[in-house]
Design a protein around this ligand. Structure first.
Ligand code: LHQ
Length: 263
C-alpha cells in the first residue's frame, strides 16, 4: 500500500526504505506533522517484510534543524514541552534506536537539536562535506533531549559531548568524522551512491543476526557503572588465579621479560 505523506518523502528501492523529511524551507525542522509521520513511516518499514534497511535523510540542504521553533512558540510550547517530548520525541527516539533492522542516517546537511538526536539514534551516519552538527538546545536555554544525553557521550566521549552540549557550536563534517560521529565522510555528489552501497550490503546480510547484533552491542553499553565494576571484579578474580598473572608479577619484580603460557 502506498502511503501519502505531507511532511516526508518515503521511497522504497529493492529492500531499502528511504525516509526523507520534506520541509526544505525550514531545514526540515520537526513540526507535529513530521513527527507523527516519521513514527508512522518507521512502523510501516518495521512491519514490511520486504524492507531490510531504513535510510533517514532530509530533502534540500538540511538533515533536520530539530524542533520547529515557530510551531513550538505558536502552540505556547514552553508549558507543553514535557508532554510534547513524551508524546512525540521519546517514542520516536526509542523506535529508531531499537529498530530491528539496520538504519542509516544519510546526513546531507545540518543536524541540530532533536534533529541531531535522530541522526545519533541510527546505526550508521554517512555524511557529506556539507553535514553539520549542533547540540543547539543550550542556545535556547534547553538541554539535550531525544536521546542525545545518552548517545552523544557514548559516541564521542564525555569531554566532547559536554563541549558540544554546553557551547551548542556547529561542528563541521570533517571534525565530526574525526570525532567518530560520522562513519564515512564523502563529497556531496557521492553521498547517495555511498549510502546506497552500504544499504545494499546491509540488506544482503542475515536479517535476524543483524537484529541480534544490534541488541547485543546496545546491551554492552547499557550496563551501568556499578554493574560494570562488579563484572570487572569477577573477571579480575579469575584472571588473578592464572599462572600467567603470577608469571607477570614475578617477571616484573625480577626485571625480566614474562613468558606467558596461556594457563
Ligand atoms: C527553522 C529552524 C527551527 C523553525 C531553521 N525551527 N525554523 C524538543 C521539544 C520541544 C520544544 C523544543 O525543542 C525540542 C528539542 C529541540 O530540537 S531544541 C533545538 C531546536 N533547534 C534549534 O534551536 C536550531 C535552530 N536553527 C539554527 O540554529 C540554524 O537554523 C541552523 C544552525 C540549524 C542552520 O543555520 P543556517 O544554515 O544559517 O540556516 P538558517 O538559520 O538561515 O535557516 C534557514 C531557514 O530555516 C530559516 O527560515 P527563513 O524563513 O528565515 O528562511 C530558519 O528560520 C528556518 N529554521 N531551524 N528549528
Amino acid at each position: 500500500m502506498r502511503m501519502e505523506y505531507q511532511a516526508l518523502k518515503v521511497t522504497m528501492t529493492d529492500a531499502v526504505v528511504t525516509i526523507a523529511i520534506n520541509r526544505p524551507d525550514k531545514l526540515n525542522a520537526l513540526n507535529e506533522k513530521a513527527l507523527e509521520e516519521l513514527m508512522l513511516a518507521l512502523k510501516n518499514a518495521e512491519q514490511d517484510p520486504g524492507c531490510r534497511v531504513v535510510v533517514l535523510t532530509g530533502v534540500g540542504r538540511g538533515f533536520s534543524a530539530g524542533q520547529d521553533l515557530k510551531e513550538h512558540q505558536d502552540h505556547g510550547g514552553a508549558d507543553q514541552i514535557g508532554a510534547h517530548v513524551a508524546r512525540y520525541y521519546n517514542p520516536l527516539a526509542k523506535k529508531l534506536y531499537h529498530f530491528p533492522k539496520p538504519t542509516i542516517a544519510m546526513v546531507n546537511g545540518v543536524a541540530a537539536g532533536a534533529g541531531m538526536s535522530l541522526a545519533l539514534a541510527a546505526d550508521f551516519r554517512i555524511g557529506s562535506k556539507t553535514a553539520r552538527f549542533s547540540q543547539a538546545f543550550v542556545k535556547i536555554g534547553l538541554v539535550p533531549d531525544s536521546g542525545s544525553s545518552y548517545l552523544l557521550p557514548r559516541l564521542i566521549g564525555v569531554a566532547r559531548a559536554l563541549e558540544m552540549a554546553m557551547l551548542g557550536e556547529v561542528l563541521d563534517a570533517e571534525t565530526a568524522y574525526q570525532w567518530g560521529l560520522l562513519h564515512r565522510l564523502v563529497e556531496p555528489a557521492d553521498l547517495q551512491a555511498v549510502t546506497d552501497a552500504l544499504a545494499r550490503r546491509l540488506a544482503a546480510g542475515p536479517p535476524l543476526a543483524l537484529a541480534m547484533i544490534k541488541r547485543s552491542i546496545h546491551r554492552g553499553v547499557e550496563h551501568n557503572f556499578d554493574e560494570s565494576l562488579e563484572f570487572e571484579r569477577g573477571l579480575q578474580a579469575a584472571a588473578a588465579r592464572t599462572e600467567d598473572h603470577h608469571e607477570g608479577v614475578a617477571a616484573f619484580l625480577n626485571k625480566r621479560a614474562p613468558e606467558y603460557r596461556g594457563r
